[in-house]
Ligand binder design. Structure first.
Ligand SMILES: [Zn+2]
Length: 233
């Protein structure tokens, strides 16, 4: 199946993720917001993509329409499902809470599935894929099959192209791991290699910024990328 686009923007709540806006027109960092509104960013402030795995598979599996509409509740600009549908659930200039410190200057891309942080190394007795599941995980890792991979790549291309059309100077791509110390496996080794390096960099001309970190976030590890830094954990 050729990946298909689902536009959920008209159905989104215009006050999702309300922020208090200060006198300078910028959002104020406060947990209490009364009468706030979603912050709309300037295109020139958006310089890249923040990439994630959802660490789950959405249901109900027997009702695709209902299943795809769940993107409306996921704070990311695009959620790419494994079955060939990628859904945009908010205007790209809206600041959404998808990636901690990445939020102000990225477009958020969530990829459906539960992917291990590290692929299994058959030469070691430890099953690295099971050990590196999000929060210890449960069940089996989701396979990154051809349908899912094609959908994830098309969704990434969509964000880059549509963002640039709006005037966003999109050049970079970061993993959620780099801005959140509890998200080691976000988005995981295989997504990094097959979606970010093989497609985002080689086909779309993006630059992965492996060294960048914010707060307790960790750089892209050597196990994911030869240009990376340090160990997985
Ligand atoms: Zn994430």
């Amino acid at each position: 199946m050729i990946p298909s686009f689902l536009n959920l923007v008209p159905d989104q709540d215009p006050k999702i993720f309300p922020r208090k806006i200060g006198a300078d027109g910028k959002p104020v960092n406060t947990s209490k917001v009364v009468g706030g509104r979603t912050f709309v960013r300037k295109p020139e402030d958006i310089t890249g993509i923040g990439i994630h795995q959802t660490a789950c598979v959405f249901g109900p599996l027997d009702d695709p329409q209902k299943r795809h509409r769940r993107a409306l509740k996921v704070p990311a600009h695009v959620l790419a499902f494994r079955d060939g549908v990628y859904a945009q659930s908010a205007p790209l200039l809206w600041e959404l809470y998808h990636g901690n410190a990445l939020n102000p200057f990225t477009l958020g891309l969530e990829l459906e599935g539960q992917y291990p942080g590290l692929l299994d190394d058959p030469s070691t007795p430890v099953r690295e894929d099971e050990k590196t599941f999000w929060k210890g995980g449960s069940g089996k890792p989701t396979p990154l099959d051809a349908q899912a991979l094609a959908t994830f790549r098309v969704a990434l291309a969509f964000l880059v192209e549509e963002g640039r059309k709006l005037g966003c100077p999109i050049k970079y791509i970061w993993a959620h791991r780099q801005a959140n110390g509890t998200r080691d496996s976000d988005p995981g080794q295989e997504i990094w290699q097959r979606v970010v390096i093989e497609f985002g960099e080689r086909s779309l001309g993006l630059e992965a910024r492996c060294a960048d970190t914010w707060r307790d976030g960790r750089p892209i590890p050597k196990a994911w990328d030869p240009r990376g830094f340090g160990s997985y954990r």
